[in-house]
Design a protein around this ligand. Structure first.
Ligand code: FES
Length: 100
């Protein structure tokens, strides 16, 4: 099976310096994780993704949790944004607000 175009390593990729992993909170929306990462759920089960960036739900209403599906817009979720934060190789992100 041929590698997916978005994940295939090339000589140019090998020559690039390693990118840092960062989290960026978007106003009234998700937290975007960029860079090399491995995503696992609260039970430690890996959430399969071949992307280099993912939008993580922080409103607690996504049907695709832990990924954002855009529901935050229809429920009027409000939260501040912020500049990108560099994170280390392991980070725990509280993704969803508790109900009640
Ligand atoms: S932040 Fe987008 S669906 Fe929750």
């Amino acid at each position: 099976m041929a590698p997916r175009p978005d994940t295939a390593a090339t000589d140019a990729d090998a020559a690039r310096p390693a990118r840092a992993t960062s989290l960026t909170a978007y106003p009234d929306g998700p937290v975007v994780l960029r860079g090399p990462f491995r995503l696992v759920d609260a039970a430690g089960v890996e959430v399969g993704t071949h992307r280099r960036a993912v939008a993580l739900c922080r409103c607690g209403h996504s049907r695709l949790g832990p990924l954002c599906d855009g529901t935050h817009r229809s429920i009027g979720f409000r939260a501040p944004g912020g500049p990108p934060q560099a994170v280390g190789p392991r980070v725990t992100v509280p993704l969803c607000a508790e109900d009640g």
